[in-house]
Design a protein around this ligand. Structure first.
Ligand SMILES: [Cu+2]
Length: 295
């Protein structure tokens, strides 16, 4: 096994996350473990791509999501996955408050029931809305209609969708069944975000057996992330996998943003598996995001 493969396949989950998040960026304040990881990785990855999007029009987002098995390529690796619409990174859904999401969900998995849950959304859990008790069986389809409140607890931000059929959730999300969901309006809450280039970082991990894992960003390994000195970007970050960073596990894998000064910002967040932060690159060093508590 090469050094690179040993790194990707043989080290702990937390080190792998660091490997996925750090390549292509330079650090002023670089922990010792990060030096070792960076030294052993390829110096040039591909440029970070962005997920495909479906936007609401005239107050309605229409989409079809079909769950089915597919072979998932990840860099030089591949694994038998379970995905939406044939893609490891399925469409990112973009809506506004007071919109309605209409999704025709088709289960073409061979064996298991599935459904759709809209993680973090303050929407109805009943009927054909965010109802985790609905089981859509193989070969059948279900039409979701999720009405997003115009006010109240439902705020703007980055959320995600995934299956929530009891007993099958982990297997299906690990296979690749999860995607991003944005409720627009963050720039009205934080005017500094207005007009900034927006970048999504949808983090997933895949298990390859024998304790080996691959952690990817937008379905890529070690992507390069361009940010120029003095530039500001709006980075929307979510771990959309079943374990690391979700629920109580988030304590082990929190992200911190390191400015050019090496000052962590913002401070650690609690009880969330997604965050959206403006990132500024102060001369001469770009900013980077590193997983906290990585020692
Ligand atoms: Cu969830």
């Amino acid at each position: 096994m090469t050094t690179e493969k040993a790194l990707r396949l043989g080290i702990t989950r937390r080190h792998l996350l660091g490997a996925a998040g750090l390549t292509g960026l330079s650090l002023l304040a670089k922990p010792a473990w990060a030096e070792a990881v960076l030294d052993a990785l390829p110096s040039h990855g591909q440029a970070l791509t962005q997920p495909p999007e479906i936007r609401s029009e005239n107050g309605v987002l229409n989409a079809t999501l079909t769950a089915a098995p597919a072979r998932v390529p990840l860099g030089e690796f591949a694994f038998p996955g379970l995905v939406y619409n044939g893609a490891y990174i399925p469409p990112l859904l973009r809506v506004r408050r007071s919109d309605t999401i209409r999704i025709s969900f088709r289960n073409q998995l061979p064996d298991d029931p599935s459904n759709l849950h809209y993680h973090g959304m303050s929407v109805s859990p009943q009927g054909n809305s965010d109802n985790v008790f609905v089981h859509v069986h193989p070969g059948t389809q279900f039409d979701y209609e999720v009405r997003i409140p115009s006010h109240g607890r439902q705020g703007p931000g980055l959320f995600w969708y995934h299956p929530h059929a009891h007993g099958f959730v982990t297997k299906q999300i690990l296979g690749g069944m999860s995607g991003g969901l944005v409720v627009e309006g963050s720039d009205r809450l934080y005017p500094i975000l207005s007009g900034l280039p927006e970048r999504f970082f949808l983090i997933k991990h895949a298990e390859l057996g024998e304790g080996n894992e691959i952690i990817s960003i937008n379905g890529q390994l070690n992507p390069l992330i361009d940010i120029h000195p003095g530039e500001m970007q709006f980075w929307r970050i979510a771990h959309i996998g079943p374990r690391c960073l979700s629920g109580s596990a988030s304590a082990a894998c929190r992200f911190m943003s390191w400015h050019g000064t090496g000052t962590p910002w913002p401070s650690r967040r609690r009880s969330t598996s997604s965050s959206s932060v403006p990132v500024s690159a102060s001369t001469p060093s770009p900013s980077v995001l590193t997983p906290a508590n990585t020692r």
